[in-house]
Design a protein around this ligand. Structure first.
Ligand SMILES: [Zn+2]
Length: 453
């Protein structure tokens, strides 16, 4: 059996791994590249193997950097099935059409502004392509064994990262070998997600390394957030939280309402301005048995949050000048309605912008947490006068200590570990730590590298 790294090497986006034997090809994750332009450009290169030659796809979770290329894969000839957990399936029904919509908008914008090399710029895929891709989906619950291609038996175990997220275990019956893909791995103690389930066996492990060179720190993120919101409101300002529509948006809303009900933050309006996050919150509440919040706590999010659905409501919210909290997507401020709020809120020192997750290099979020004096939004530069906070202790990824603790919990003894899904330095640090801690041979593969397993 061969494993080829078609993405997710030297970067946290574009996860795509191809398993193949003499008869079949199985793709694990089919992510889009995000962040700096050289990476985003890779979305437009032709897929490194003919999509029609891939027999099936298995997804670790719904985030776009793991699922977002699927509509393009189908558009370019993939005819097989896409397997994932039921919650991942439901979340993809929200995320993929939205990604198609953004692609269409980008193409229209490039056409209007004439900055495309093409006469009529085409989107990478459309909303219609996304729905077409969704017809290929099939849901399988955690721990249930299935054979997406003959001879390769697969099952999912909970990864604790976002709703529906999983580690993918692939057992090649003929070769009697098991490869496990960690996907994105959650925290040992997360506010809303249960910890990732330990992995009991893998001959080969493909492990993420988003925080391979970092720790989340000892401070209490709830208290940090309480302090920021209270101080900001005290000076008459607004706290804006750019958040991933799936995962962190629900966590932040829960924490904010909890802080308010405990009297640790003064009561003020809380807005969720992201149609996608609103839908994701509904799905999150529906699957309450898969996370830590009970139906009553989910209701609390639902009852106390003001959902901003229409464009008109969003524009109205932008003119609000009283203390409030706004949660809006996207989490790295690379697109979405949060951009409008940034334009209004950044130039005023009374306001606070709070990031609560990993900021990929090249994104506005990364520029802001690194102290940029101005950022470009919609073609214009905006001065950064608001206070910028980076609470990455609220991230949905375990840091390297948590990852090592998780790996230690199982009875793992892999022959080899491949470190992916990290910036180059983070992956390399993770590689060293795994080898030093467990004595397992580990390496960070290069893009398109193929290994025999
Ligand atoms: Zn993720």
């Amino acid at each position: 059996m061969k494993l080829r790294f078609l993405g997710g090497t030297g970067t946290v986006t574009g996860s795509r791994y191809l398993l193949s034997d003499d008869h079949h090809r199985l793709l694990v994750d089919c992510g889009m590249y995000q962040g700096v332009k050289t990476l985003r450009r890779r979305n437009w290169a032709s897929f490194p193997v003919d999509p029609a030659s891939i027999d099936a796809v298995v997804l670790t979770h719904a985030h776009i950097d793991h699922s977002g290329y699927l509509p393009a894969l189908v558009k370019n000839g993939f005819r097989g099935k896409v397997y994932c957990t039921p919650a991942t399936h439901e979340l993809c029904r929200v995320l993929l059409p939205d990604a198609g919509y953004l692609q269409e908008e980008d193409a229209k914008y490039a056409f209007r502004k004439k900055f495309s090399r093409h006469e009529k710029p085409e989107p990478l895929f459309t909303v219609k392509d996304a729905w077409e891709a969704l017809k290929h989906f099939e849901s399988v619950g955690y721990h249930q064994k299935f054979e997406p291609v003959k001879g390769m038996e697969v099952h999912f175990t909970p990864a604790g990262h976002i709703l529906g997220s999983s580690c993918v275990h692939v057992h090649h019956k003929g070769a009697a070998r098991t490869v496990v893909f960690s996907g994105d791995v959650g925290r040992q103690t997360d506010l809303i997600m249960r910890p990732p389930e330990p992995i009991e066996h893998a001959d080969v492990l493909v492990c993420e390394s988003t925080y391979g060179d970092r720790l989340h720190g000892e401070t209490d993120p709830e208290q940090d957030l309480a302090d920021i919101i209270t101080k900001t409101a005290g000076r008459g300002g607004i706290t804006l939280l750019p958040a991933f529509a799936v995962g962190r948006a629900q966590m932040l809303l829960y924490v904010i309402h909890k802080l308010m009900s405990e009297g640790r933050v003064p009561r003020m309006p809380v807005f969720l301005n992201s149609p996608m996050a609103i839908k994701a919150t509904e799905i999150f509440c529906k699957y309450h048995q898969e996370h830590k919040l009970n139906p009553r706590q989910c209701e609390l999010i639902d009852d106390k949050t003001q959902f901003v659905r229409t464009v008109e409501e969003s524009i109205q919210l932008d003119s609000v000048r009283y203390p409030c909290v706004i949660v809006s997507a996207s989490g790295m401020a690379s697109g979405g309605r949060v951009l409008h709020h940034l334009k209004t809120l950044l130039p005023n020192p009374r306001n606070s912008i709070v990031f609560a997750g990993f900021q990929a290099p090249g994104t506005r979020g990364d520029a802001l947490v690194n102290g940029a004096a101005q950022v470009k939004v919609h073609g214009e530069y905006w001065p950064v006068k608001a206070q910028i906070h980076n609470l990455d202790s609220m991230s949905a990824h375990g840091d390297y200590q948590e990852l090592l603790a998780w790996l230690e919990q199982g009875s793992l003894k892999p022959e080899r570990v491949y470190i992916t899904h990290g910036e180059m330095l983070a992956s390399d640090e993770m590689r060293k730590r795994i080898t030093e801690t467990f004595g397992w041979p580990a390496e960070a593969p290069e893009l398109f590298e193929e290994v025999e397993i």
